[in-house]
Design a protein around this ligand. Structure first.
Ligand SMILES: C[S@@+](CC[C@H](N)C(=O)[O-])C[C@H]1O[C@@H](n2cnc3c(N)ncnc32)[C@H](O)[C@@H]1O
Length: 212
C-alpha cells in the first residue's frame, strides 16, 4: 500500500471474522466442491482478507499464497494461518508472481468493490498467473433473478456495503448495474466454465478460464 494511503479495512479488520464471516462461511465448502483442491496443487487467493477462504485450501494440504491491500486484514490472516501460507501485502492489479504459477486463483467477495477499470486489470492479472489448464474462481454478488431468500440476503449484505463507505457502496452499485461477473469476465477475455448460484440468488461462484 502506498505511503499515506488509507487502509479501508483498518477499523473493521478485528471484527470482520466475528461479524461478517458467519454470513460467508457456507460459501467455503461449496467452493471446494465446485473446484476440488488437493495437496498437489498451488492456490493464490487475491484480496484474501482474514484468510478464511484460503484456510480451506491450507487444510487440504495445497501450497497456498494470499495477497491483500490491507495491512490490517493481512494481520488477521497471519494470526489465522501463520506460516502455513505465503501472505503478502500487495495490489491485485500488479501481482508479484510469475506467469503460469497457480492451478487456481481465487477472488472471493472483493471484485465488486473495485472500480470497473481496476476490476478488469485484476482479472487480466489473475489470468496471467494461472496455468493454461488452471482456473479462476470468483465469488461475488449475482446480478440475475433472485428468490425471496435472495432479496432478504441482499438486504442484509447491503448493510456492510454501506458501512464500508460511500465509495465502496458506489462501486458495488456500479458492479450490479454493469451486470456483474459474466460481463466483466467477457470484457477481460475470459470464459465462464461454470456458474453456481447460491443464497437464493444473492451470490454466485464462477469458474473462469482463459479463452482458447
Ligand atoms: C470483503 S473483503 C473479502 C475478504 C476475503 N476474500 C473473504 O472472502 O472473506 C475484500 C478484501 O479485498 C481486499 N482488496 C480490496 N482491493 C484490493 C486490491 N486492489 N488488491 C488486493 N486486495 C484488495 C480488501 O483489503 C479486503 O481484505
Amino acid at each position: 500500500m502506498a505511503e499515506g494511503t488509507k487502509d479501508a479495512y483498518r477499523r473493521i479488520a478485528r471484527f470482520y471474522d466475528r461479524v461478517l464471516e458467519p454470513l460467508d462461511a457456507p460459501l467455503r465448502p461449496i467452493a471446494m466442491k465446485l473446484y476440488p483442491v488437493d495437496s498437489s496443487m498451488t492456490v493464490l487467493d487475491i484480496g484474501c482478507g482474514t484468510g478464511s477462504h484460503l484456510e480451506i485450501y491450507v487444510n487440504a494440504g495445497a501450497e497456498c499464497h494470499g495477497i491483500d491491500l490491507s495491512p490490517a486484514m493481512l494481520e488477521q490472516a497471519t494470526n489465522r494461518l501463520g506460516d502455513r501460507a505465503d501472505l503478502r501485502l500487495g495490489d491485485a492489479t500488479a501481482l508479484p508472481y510469475d506467469a503460469n504459477s497457480f492451478d487456481l486463483a481465487v477472488a472471493s467477495l472483493f471484485l465488486h468493490e473495485l472500480d470497473p477499470a481496476t476490476r478488469n486489470d485484476a482479472l487480466v492479472e489473475m489470468a496471467r498467473v494461472v496455468r493454461p489448464d488452471g482456473r479462476i474462481m470468483v465469488i461475488d454478488y449475482f446480478c440475475g433473478k433472485r428468490r425471496f431468500k435472495g432479496h432478504v440476503m441482499r438486504a442484509i449484505s447491503a448493510i456492510p456495503e454501506r458501512i464500508a463507505g460511500r465509495n465502496h457502496h458506489a462501486q458495488y452499485r456500479r458492479y450490479v448495474k454493469l451486470g456483474g461477473v459474466p460481463t466483466m469476465a467477457s470484457d477481460a477475455g475470459l470464459i465462464v466454465d461454470r456458474e453456481k448460484i447460491v443464497a437464493g440468488g444473492n451470490l454466485a461462484l464462477w469458474l473462469l478460464r482463459a479463452n482458447g
